[in-house]
Design a binder for this molecule. Structure first.
Ligand code: C2E
Ligand code: CA
Ligand code: CA
Length: 410
């Protein structure tokens, strides 16, 4: 516990100056007594090692992870935005899906966790530890798999996400995932240059947008299955419609070597019709990996195009941009939204477009809703635009009945 306390304390001191948040999580393996009984103590130790390694794998380098009791682990993470908290929550929740294999037999691991937040629940390690510990006890009392937050408001918020979990589970079981397609256009001619595939869950006429569920999927073990499905659908549509389609790919999938094989499986003559959209964040969090994956992609015959999504939201993107062989830069919707009323946003948009030109990259502005935005972007030399002004995301039926026709007429 001592080493953990020292490390966490030093992180917390840094945070105070940066205005960021931290979370201290105590994780306890619920069924350890049972596991020891079944496997014996030495195999039980192996399972603990397996669990510790999984924690390291699931949480990034910035996490502080330590075994602080017989079957209790301390985990500390820094985060910036409250939606990251739900991602963290889902990762912990998914620990309940872990299986430890011994030969062909497997044993399921279940956990309890107690969480305390900095600065909300405490300003130093001792405060946070005490609160996480009380919370862990409450979690254990409620039973297997339960995760609790010290603060009940936060807990309500994260718990309401159970609905999300159930919806996603049903979406997989009952094939409720549907792709919508939002066109993007050449700014000067307003000709359609391609479509971006955006997932929905459609349940009895109710349409759920990805903002509601994608965080959960991206942090669940099903992300592979989900993205395989997206790619398969998109390849089918490219074949059928003979049009460029972009897909959004999560960081986890992207930095995994398997992804390269997935792309290699796509028929060569279709491959360059795909654009892979990866958020800027992924590049910043894994610069070396991203560069090596992109270089591998670019070595393929007829390689897919790569777009950097939500550009401008990260911090050090400009530094990496010159080394990244990406083809398209998608300027984040927030800059486009604010550029008419806010000089700074305007300056950022202008700078991104100019820089991209010099680096030989195409710029695409997201979220164009007004004619004035379109005019300015055209004036600034932004090559492509996308947004509600020209089209919302459309169902495949509408694409077939309206969009494809308009392309043929062009
Ligand atoms: P994104 O990749 O930045 O997608 C753009 C989002 O902006 C879409 O929301 C789109 O409907 C919305 N949008 C487009 N034009 C306008 C506009 O003019 N005004 C406004 N207010 N919004 C506009 P959507 O479809 O809800 O998707 C949200 C996010 O979910 C996407 O952001 C993407 O990060 C993620 N996502 C969507 N589909 C997938 C998928 O298949 N896989 C993964 N991993 N993520 C996906
Ligand atoms: Ca996108
Ligand atoms: Ca975007």
């Amino acid at each position: 516990l001592n080493g953990f306390s020292v490390q966490v304390s030093s992180k917390l001191r840094e945070l105070t100056y940066k205005g960021m948040m931290g979370i201290l999580i105590l994780i306890d393996i619920y069924n350890m007594t049972y596991i020891n009984k079944i496997l014996g103590f030495s195999e039980g130790d192996e399972l603990l090692k397996f669990f510790a390694n999984k924690l390291k794998e699931i949480f990034t380098d910035s996490a502080i992870i330590s075994r602080i009791g017989a079957d209790t682990f301390g985990l500390y993470l820094t985060f910036e935005l409250s939606h990251e908290l739900s991602a963290i929550y889902f990762k912990i929740l998914n620990l309940n899906e872990l299986k430890y294999y011994k030969g062909v037999d497997s044993i399921s691991i279940t956990i309890n966790a107690g969480c305390a937040l900095f600065p909300r629940d405490g300003h130093n390690f001792i405060d946070l530890y005490e609160k996480a510990d009380i919370t862990l006890t409450r979690a254990k009392n409620e039973g297997e798999g339960v995760i609790k937050f010290f603060n009940e408001e936060i807990e309500k918020d994260v718990e309401s996400r159970w609905d999300v979990i159930n919806l996603v589970k049903r979406a997989f079981d009952e094939n409720l995932f549907v792709l919508y397609f939002q066109p993007y256009y050449q700014t000067d001619t307003l000709k359609i240059s391609g479509l971006e595939a955006l997932v929905r869950i459609i349940d009895n006429d109710k349409i759920y947008n990805p903002g509601y569920f994608i965080d959960y999927i991206e942090n669940s073990p099903n992300i592979r299955k989900f993205e395989d499905w997206v790619i398969k659908e998109v390849v089918e549509k490219i074949k059928k419609w003979n049009i460029n389609i972009s897909v959004n790919i999560s960081g986890k999938t992207f930095i995994n070597q398997d992804f390269i094989n997935k792309l290699l499986e796509i028929p060569e003559f279709l491959r360059d019709k795909i654009t892979i959209e990866i958020t800027e964040r992924i590049f910043i969090e894994n610069p070396e990996n991203s560069i090596s994956i992109i270089s591998m992609i670019k070595k393929m015959n007829n390689p897919p195009r790569i777009a950097m999504d939500d550009f401008g939201t990260g911090y050090s993107s400009l530094v990496y941009l010159k080394d990244l062989p990406v083809d398209i830069i998608k300027i984040d919707i927030n800059f486009i939204r604010n550029m008419l009323k806010d000089k700074k946003s305007f300056a950022i948009v202008q700078t991104i477009i100019e820089l991209a030109k010099r680096l030989d990259k195409i710029t695409l502005a997201e979220g164009v809703e007004q004619k004035e935005q379109l005019d300015i972007l055209k004036f600034l030399g932004c090559e492509m635009i996308q947004g509600f002004l020209l089209s919302k995301p459309l169902s495949a039926d509408i694409v077939e009945s309206e969009i494809l026709k308009s392309i043929q007429n062009n």
